[in-house]
Design a protein around this ligand. Structure first.
Ligand code: CTP
Length: 400
């Protein structure tokens, strides 16, 4: 997929800059032509010479370097690139790009290019979670930039969390995916929700459920593999968001999930709601930790918004809405009723009492039911395999 592709690699000043050397090597091995632009800060981590040797091309850092050709360097680079990849992308470069600041070779090139831009953020987990960074990432993604989500792990600063540069192999895979010729869902936005929501009782306790997020994450992976622009809205989960997501939105409560989903839903072609949304939340959340003074404790619960129902009411022409139904009895009857009640196109129904089906397992035993009544009854299979079968079944002919 990368044979002959011209990739402009922007390297910014984070400790993960050394991994960009591996990315350069992998891109070249895959047949791409690579040119590297470094920020001044990046040169503190890796020398220009390293990237010059690895890319086989001169490296740009300064806007004011002696002229080599009679063209304007940043414009020439911007036009040359089939794709621009910024890896690692620091919080600083994301902020500059979001604001359109152009004060060095890389940011000027980012502003001047009309080619697709991929950012692979890497930073400390608190920085990555900071609302300023989240907003900048959202802003860039809304404008069409592709985000290669970081992974979780031990960071250079010793902290544990989300912020580690995605693995070089996965970054290259994300670009390969992008160029995958005839990718079935290229340019199609797919919204997936995953995991359970948690509803606070007091500062230390919550009501939750057993959903691990595996089904939703597998669906997101499958949609990425088919070339879609995938947004994953997830409740708390121990899983690492798949590489190649357009956006990862982490939420806790049903209300937060609703807000995130409604924001993303409008321009989504396919929406799959695999999340186990809590149907109720405690009516009042105690500000202080509840002490065990009484023999009995009652918590009054209040209904949560039904996100899927709301999506069904707002569904626009051509949008495909897929729900999940976890049942313990009358599987088909209840699942069909949900199709009607929530105005769905499909529902994936599983009897969670069956071995290997349902929550917190690697496998699932499901039936996919369409609005017109057809049923795909599937044997026990991994959630990843089921994700594939779900897409095979729900995609309309024009996307097949
Ligand atoms: N769902 C939702 N918002 C809720 C509850 C559920 O979007 N507040 C979605 C789930 O993501 C799932 C589907 O609705 O795709 C089915 O959820 P389920 O809890 O099984 O159905 P309910 O409508 O809540 O009905 P019941 O609990 O009575 O079975």
């Amino acid at each position: 997929m990368l044979q002959g592709k011209k990739i402009l690699l922007g390297v910014t000043g984070g400790i993960a800059a050394y991994k960009a050397v591996d990315i350069t090597s992998r891109l070249r091995k895959a047949g791409a032509e690579v040119r590297v632009v470094m920020t001044r800060a990046a040169t503190n981590f890796v020398t220009e010479l390293t990237f010059r040797e690895m890319s086989g091309n001169p490296v740009s850092v300064d806007m004011w370097a002696p002229v080599q050709h009679w063209n304007v360097a940043h414009i020439a680079l911007a036009e040359w690139a089939d794709l621009v990849l910024v890896a690692p992308a620091t919080a600083n470069v994301l902020a500059k790009a979001a604001l359109g600041i152009a004060d060095d070779m890389l940011t000027t090139t980012l502003l001047a290019t009309t080619s697709p831009i991929f950012f692979a953020p890497a930073m400390n987990c608190n920085m990555y979670a900071n609302p300023a960074v989240r907003e900048n990432i959202d802003k860039l993604a809304t404008r069409g930039a592709h985000m290669i989500a970081p992974g979780t792990g031990t960071l250079a600063c010793g902290a544990e969390g989300l912020g580690r540069l995605a693995e070089p192999a996965n970054i290259v895979a994300a670009l390969e995916n992008f160029f995958a010729e005839g990718a079935q869902l290229f340019g199609v936005k797919v919204l997936v929700t995953a995991a359970g929501t948690i509803e606070p009782i007091d500062p230390v306790r919550y009501i939750g459920n057993r959903s691990s997020g595996r089904m939703g994450y597998a669906l997101a992976e499958e949609a990425i593999a088919r070339g879609a622009d995938v947004v994953l809205v997830s409740g708390p989960s121990s899983l690492t968001p798949p590489v190649g997501l357009k956006r990862f939105v982490s939420v806790e409560t049903a209300k937060e999930m609703r807000n995130a989903v409604l924001r993303e839903a409008e321009n989504s072609r396919i929406i799959i709601k695999a999340a186990a949304v809590a149907d109720y939340h405690p009516k009042t959340v105690s500000e202080q930790k509840i002490k065990k003074n009484d023999e009995e404790l009652s918590i009054v619960l209040e209904k949560n918004p039904d996100i899927l129902k709301e999506l069904g009411e707002k569904k626009r022409a051509g949008q495909i809405l897929v729900g999940f139904a976890a049942e313990t009895q009358k599987l088909l009857e209840f699942a069909r009723a949900k199709i009607q009640k929530k105005n769905l196109d499909f529902i994936v129904a599983n009897d969670v009492t069956k071995p290997g089906a349902g929550f917190n397992t690697a496998t699932n035993l499901a039936k996919i039911i369409s609005r017109d009544g057809s049923i795909e009854e599937l044997p026990l299979m991994t959630k990843r395999e089921l994700a594939k079968r779900i897409f095979d079944f729900v995609l309309p002919d024009e996307l097949k």
